[in-house]
Design a protein around this ligand. Structure first.
Ligand code: SAJ
Length: 410
């Protein structure tokens, strides 16, 4: 089977890697020329375990090629970004529709087109299907169109692409069957056939579920700080209940998924989706909460920011709350930034970041921050104080003061 994948980012590239490992010929298309040239040399732009080795092998065996232009194939998979439109929170389908239009010269009768990008409910039927119908195709008869949302977690993408169950939302039942034949090449989880609109809303709701639960934990943190209870102890105790799973509070919710997808549902039913919007607002308020508490700890001086990735152990800083926190703090404090997973010429080593700092502000749960070189920190800081917003530092030497969400009230 020949597969053409549009978008070679966090989802498209690992998906291309797995098809190429499983006897398919894969063309990976993207609009960034440098990325395409690098990919063809085996240079990978994302930090994700396992991908680099598979892509290098696939290039050597001529089963993977990156290109700026699509080619004829049996199946086309769209994995391009879907931001939200700031004015009304609706799903910006422009990258998806552009990608769909770009394959029109290459698709032939019998082909399958799959949208993996997260999209608002009804997008496939109302917006994407007409693009192919207007080009003369009859969906379900001579072209098969489906929405099959990706559900993988960065850091474990290869494993989850293979083992997670997969929702296959066909525009018609035959479209779903045809799309499932594509994933059958490598997916070992269950392929669950349904309608496109059900697949769209299921995917948006999965991320909304997580966002709402994180909001609950963040709200609990604010309540506990207000009334003087250790929120981390409360979460630990409550989670001993067999049917309770409070999530972890933090400095906010980042990434290209949870911080965006709930809005797609909200925009469809703004008068009804109260909890969904409130959860977004609560999570978006966390950078302010962090800054207010920083000000209670130190009123001036230098802050060493540790971590700008949107979550631990990945090199992805899209929608990271760290940037909002930095923007708010930099008018009042001197800021230095250290992140071992992000390549940025303005970022510095741990030693340089903490040198002369009055506060270390941990904003991301990279493993490197869980147990740091405390001798170095004590050496470089006059009075070592750490504020850990991810609650990952369990123990520090007696002469280092550690704040986390559990003791902000003290
Ligand atoms: N976070 C918390 N507290 C928690 C869990 C996460 O504050 O208890 C924060 C993280 O620090 C991060 C953000 O939430 O800033 C998102 O991280 P995440 O690990 O929850 O999720 P993503 O965005 O990396 O991946 C999610 C996953 N969705 C669900 O778990 C329902 C993944 O399965 C999806 O494929 C992905 O979104 C996507 O692409 O939609």
């Amino acid at each position: 089977m020949k597969i053409c994948i549009l978008g070679q980012g966090y989802i498209g590239l690992p998906t291309a890697a797995l098809f190429s490992l499983n006897h398919c010929e894969v063309i990976g298309v993207d609009i960034f020329e440098d990325m395409i040239n690098n990919l063809n040399k085996g240079i990978i732009h994302i930090e994700e375990p396992g991908i680099s080795k598979i892509i290098k092998k696939a290039i050597e065996s001529n089963v993977y090629r990156a290109s700026l232009i699509p080619e004829k194939a049996d199946a086309f998979i769209i994995t391009v970004p879907t931001p939200y439109i700031v004015e009304n929170y609706s799903c910006d389908l422009s990258y998806v529709t552009t990608a769909c239009k770009s394959i029109l010269p290459y698709i032939e009768k019998g082909n399958t087109v799959i949208i993996e990008s997260t999209i608002a409910p009804m997008s496939t039927d109302d917006v994407i299907k007409p693009i192919f119908e207007n080009a003369g195709f009859i969906i379900g008869e001579d072209l098969f169109l489906a929405h099959c949302p990706e559900r993988v977690i960065p850091g474990k993408i290869i494993d989850e692409l293979i083992h997670n169950d997969r929702i296959i939302g066909g525009v018609t039942p035959k479209c779903a069957v045809k799309a499932s034949e594509v994933y059958d090449q490598f997916v070992e989880g269950e392929l669950i056939l349904t309608e496109a609109k059900t697949a769209e809303l299921s995917k948006c709701m999965e991320n909304t579920f997580r966002d709402v639960n994180i909001a609950l934990a963040n709200e609990l943190t604010k309540i506990c700080t207000e009334i003087g209870v250790n929120v981390l102890d409360v979460i630990e105790m409550a989670n001993k209940h067999p049917r309770v799973n409070l999530h972890s509070p933090g400095p906010g919710v980042g990434g290209h998924c949870l911080a965006i997808d709930p809005y797609f549902i909200y925009a469809k039913a703004p008068k009804t989706a109260h909890i969904i919007k409130l959860a977004r607002d609560t999570n978006k308020s966390m950078p302010d909460f962090v800054c207010e508490n920083v000000e209670k700890i130190i009123s001036k001086g230098k802050i060493a920011i540790l971590g700008v990735s949107y979550k631990g152990n990945i090199g992805d800083d899209r929608e990271s709350p760290s940037y909002e926190i930095i923007a708010k703090l930099c008018s009042k404090y001197e800021i230095s930034i250290h992140d071992p997973h992000i390549d940025n010429p303005n970022f510095v080593s741990l030693g340089t970041a903490v040198n002369g700092a009055d506060l270390i502000l941990v904003l991301c749960d990279h493993n490197e921050f869980k147990n740091m070189d405390y001798d170095l920190i004590k050496d470089k800081m006059e009075k070592a104080i750490i504020f850990d917003t991810k609650n990952i530092i369990k123990e520090v030497p007696d002469d280092i003061k550690l704040f986390n969400y559990g003791n902000l009230y003290s």
